[in-house]
Ligand binder design. Structure first.
Ligand code: ASP
Length: 308
């Protein structure tokens, strides 16, 4: 039996190194089976609820695809047409959804630690689909899975994480997950105002080598992976600060062409203006594959958590 059966997945630290390799191999196997058969029958009779209190495209839809591909069923809770509009609390909503006995609930919320708060109120395993600026553990799962597929290894990887490292939740989770590997180097690339938070640094200190730099140009040729992120406009309290920092970095084909060696380029998406579409047909651009990998790795995770 897998170590993840019935477990809540709240943080990237909930995965040990051996869990990650096992999930990567399972994702590869599920991908082949899905290509051969379309819909599988592992999760027949199982129900997943997606309870997203914040917008999502990829996370919600790829979890739904993953569950359906496993043969299970999906109930989508839609906030805009729910009793939240009548004043019901989100905690009560979670209790009610759980009372209908789903087998797993995937939850996203703009408040950091919302899934941690409700996990003891509900019986079903909770998977964190993103909690405010805190974490996005299943994004990290597909990010590291993509690195493993593209480079054939994660140990020894040199990665530049660029953009809004302060408010972007994919950055903490990816950094935490990389602590499970050996000899990883992270370059945190951003204007000083958007550098990675101290609480994140504390958790990776001594487990990876890291540097803080301001410009991607300074480290480009050292990198195996350039992980670009957008400015999290919705999390800026001061709109003027967003406007000021907007345009402080942008990856474009012309700037990439200056380098002899290019890393693979990843992005959790959505992109706004920080990653130009003229990069898309470079062989190093991996962000659409990365998004697609989300279905297979989330299917692997659901299969394990459901114990099917
Ligand atoms: N889709 C990712 C997230 O939900 C990245 C982003 O929104 O910038 O955190």
């Amino acid at each position: 039996m897998s170590g993840l059966v019935g477990k809540d997945i709240l943080s990237a630290f909930d995965f040990e190194r051996q869990d990650l390799f096992r999930l990567f191999i399972l994702a590869e196997r599920l991908k082949e089976e899905i290509n051969d058969f379309g819909i599988l029958n592992y999760a027949v009779g199982k129900l997943m609820v997606t309870a997203f209190f914040e917008p999502s495209t990829r996370t919600k839809v790829s979890f739904q695809f993953a569950m359906k591909r496993l043969g299970g069923d999906v109930i989508d809770f839609i906030e805009e047409v729910s009793s939240l509009q009548k004043g019901e609390t989100e905690e009560d909503t979670m209790r009610i959804l759980d009372g209908y006995d789903p087998d797993v609930i995937v939850v996203r919320h703009s408040k950091p630690f919302f899934p941690h708060k409700v996990k003891d109120m509900v019986k079903a395993p909770i998977i964190n689909g993103g909690d405010g600026t805190n974490e996005h553990p299943t994004q990290a799962l597909l990010d590291v899975y993509t690195i493993w597929k593209e480079l054939g290894r994660v140990d020894g990887v040199v990665i530049g994480m660029m953009g809004d490292l302060k408010y972007g939740r994919t950055i903490p989770s990816l950094s935490y997950m990389l602590t499970r590997f050996n000899d990883v180097t992270i370059y945190f690339i951003s204007p000083k105002e958007l550098q990675v938070r101290e609480e994140v640094i504390k958790k990776i200190e001594g487990k990876v080598t890291y540097y803080m730099v301001e410009k991607p140009e300074d480290v480009m040729e050292k990198l195996d992976v350039l992980y670009v992120t957008r400015l999290q406009k919705e999390r800026f309290s001061d709109p003027q600060e967003y406007e000021r920092l907007k345009g402080s970095y942008k990856i474009e084909r012309a700037m990439l062409q200056k380098f002899k060696r290019l890393p693979i380029i990843m992005h959790p998406l959505p992109r706004v203006w920080e990653l130009s579409t003229d990069v898309d047909d470079l062989p190093q651009a991996k962000y659409f594959n990365q998004a697609k990998n989300g279905v297979y790795i989330r299917a692997a995770l659901l299969k394990e958590v459901l114990g099917v």
